[in-house]
Ligand binder design. Sequence first.
Ligand SMILES: Cc1cc2nc3c(=O)[nH]c(=O)nc-3n(C[C@H](O)[C@H](O)[C@H](O)COP(=O)(O)OP(=O)(O)OC[C@H]3O[C@@H](n4cnc5c(N)ncnc54)[C@H](O)[C@@H]3O)c2cc1C
Length: 393
Amino acid sequence: MTNNTYDVIIIGGGVMGCATAYYLLKLDPRLNVAILEMDATYEKASTPLSDGNTRIQFNIKENIQISQYGLEVLARFSEEMEVDGEKPDAAFRQQGNLFVLDEASSAESYEGMLLQKSLGCEVYWLSLEEVKTHYPLYNLKDCVAGTFGPHDGTMSPLAVLMGYKKKAIALGAKYIQAEVTEILKQGNQVTGVKLISGEVLNSNIVMNAAGAWAAQVAETVGIELPILPTKRQVTIIETNERPEKTLPVLFLPSGLYVIHEESGLFMCGKSFPDDHVGLDDFRWERKMFEDVIWPELVEYIPEFDRLKIKRGWAGLYEVNTLDGNAILGEWTQLKGFFLANGFSGHGFQQCHAVGRYITELMLRRTPTLDLSIFSPQRILENKPVFESRRKII
Ligand SMILES: Cc1cc2nc3c(=O)[nH]c(=O)nc-3n(C[C@H](O)[C@H](O)[C@H](O)COP(=O)(O)OP(=O)(O)OC[C@H]3O[C@@H](n4cnc5c(N)ncnc54)[C@H](O)[C@@H]3O)c2cc1C
């Protein structure tokens, strides 16, 4: 084996790439794994720009199971990722997620709740009065009921990423700062990658973990993925409200969400259908918050009519335009090319189960959790799997 030859090459050192490298080396410490990351500062990578929320409140069985496994891992994350006596702290705040339901969403959410319960999740159906008890600041506008997942919550996505990255490196992964410009193949077998320097690295297994850049990377080998990098903005505000205990994360029917951080600090955001598509715009627009989000926020939480805008940022969702769900597995027409892409805004929480699943597929083991529902084959067959009957992405 030459120095440029690896058992597995991972393109992208975000949370998906690093978690997969960790699981590979955990399952087989002899493996020669390379993580190729074009920007080790992660300035534009989605993981550190994420809100860091996790929830079991999904409607697809496999998405719920992915989150259940994530909770298991988080409970032992510090111990499992220990390197040289240093234990990372994911700062997991299990404040619970409260979904407010309107007429249009309540029946489907009720079904979702029953499914979650049947899988062993703790989740509650709330009356209007109970919603108010959980979130006294919310004036119940548009609300007919609520669901509450007490084990859902938020954490530091950077801490989770760094936990996986350091552990993977400690187990022997080679982390290389380099941009991949081309995926190489011979016939229908992947053979490696070409770097911007012109250097070629060889491997019969290459993983696309390039996040919002995934479609661009796949295109270099002639594969078209239905993934659009889509700008999303987050704003941190300071209010005069000082709830005694941390409030749950509030998800309103309009898509607006409000994450209570601590004391008077809240983080909020919303996706819009006309959010900019492209890899070129990371500007946070204060005016957008002032003109669009703030007025809507005040409609739901009147006490927020006075607040201080502390700061904000923009990052990219990797939106799968077919169905808004992950694309996981080997591309059937190119042997050895594995995808973990298209997470559409809920990828951070899925890194644990996805890292394990992709590893098991690469090593030709039987997956512990069958995630074949998210197979890339569904793109070729145009068979979407939607979370919502209303097919909202
Ligand atoms: C504002 C915002 C809020 C979010 N909130 C949540 C949330 O609350 N919960 C949740 O679960 N998810 C959330 N997400 C989504 C989540 O951040 C992503 O799904 C997840 O981080 C994807 O991880 P990744 O490793 O695939 O991508 P990334 O973290 O983007 O990593 C991909 C890496 O690939 C590198 N790369 C790309 N192309 C190349 C190349 N050619 N060569 C070498 N390296 C390359 C990039 O530099 C990058 O570091 C949010 C996203 C945003 C933007």
